[in-house]
Ligand binder design. Structure first.
Ligand code: APR
Length: 243
């Protein structure tokens, strides 16, 4: 299987990676669903935009606990670094990610479409001023805008919010031109992101999937299923590519 996948990636004109929470699990970030999933411990309603507006402080307390306390301590893992290496070698042209952890950028990937935004940025709900999280003191919640005093929100997509531009347009544009897709660590359950591999398939792309467990894609769009953890699979894949 790995040899076949490596051959497809090497002969592809435009190979794109599509990543989910699974690629960051080995960095210490739990997935949202399944065993140890965040949604087993926290109510996903906390990430509903209406809930955020009505219960801003409670929502922020959980956001800080899950994301900023945890995310601040994690590093990219081999899978992130290998993707960045593949981009540097011209084997992968871009990463479309559902993740908001910034680990692809920290690993050195350059062309990244953050479909669900990024936790590294905060935005004012009033004047739309954007901040890097490093500029804002999160010890007092909710954090407020230094310009207008408005409430700051993590620049990520809450349930009920539209996908940000230009990430949406760039992601579907990249998908429409891809002839190879590498899916890493996603269940394929959250729309509209979950449509992207289907779009790629309908445009004729070969689909390589990496996941220790089958997903919504495995019996439908996937051509080659590499049933392994991301770091193990990416290391094996790179070895085959360099053979
Ligand atoms: N390597 C690769 N994949 C893994 C690993 C690993 N080490 N560990 C777990 N996985 C897989 C799981 O088998 C599962 O298929 O990662 C997937 C994680 O799925 P989800 O938690 O549903 O994450 P994701 O698909 O990215 O969720 C999509 O849902 O809650 C929203 O906005 C959030 O972007 C997120 C979206």
């Amino acid at each position: 299987m790995y040899a076949k996948a490596a051959k497809i990636i090497k002969s592809a004109q435009r190979c794109v990676a599509f990543t989910g929470a699974g690629i960051s699990v080995e960095s210490g970030i739990p997935p949202f669903r399944g065993e140890n999933g965040l949604w087993n411990k926290y109510d996903p309603a906390i990430f509903d935009i209406q809930y955020f507006h009505r219960n801003t402080r409670q929502s922020w307390e959980v956001i800080r606990e899950i994301f900023y306390d945890l995310f601040g301590r994690v590093q990219p893992n081999i899978a992130h670094y290998t993707l960045a290496q593949m981009e540097a070698k011209g084997l992968v042209l871009a990463v479309i990610t559902q993740n908001v952890d910034n680990l692809h950028a920290e690993a050195g990937s350059r062309r990244i479409h953050e479909f669900h935004g990024s936790l590294k940025k905060l935005v004012c709900l009033e004047c739309k001023t954007c901040y890097s999280v490093s500029q804002i003191d999160l010890s007092t919640l909710p954090p407020v805008c230094l310009q207008c005093g408005g409430i700051l929100k993590p620049d990520v997509i809450f349930f009920g919010e539209a996908i940000p531009e230009p990430a949406r347009t760039h992601s579907f544009d990249e998908t429409s031109r891809a002839d190879c897709f590498i899916l890493i660590g996603t269940t394929g359950t959250v729309a509209p992101a979950n449509m992207i591999p289907w779009e790629a398939k309908s445009n004729g792309a070969r689909i390589i999937e990496i996941n220790p467990s089958p997903s919504e894609y495995t019996q439908s769009v996937t051509d080659i299923f590499l049933q392994d953890k991301a770091s193990v699979a990416m290391k094996k894949l790179m070895k085959e590519i360099e053979r």
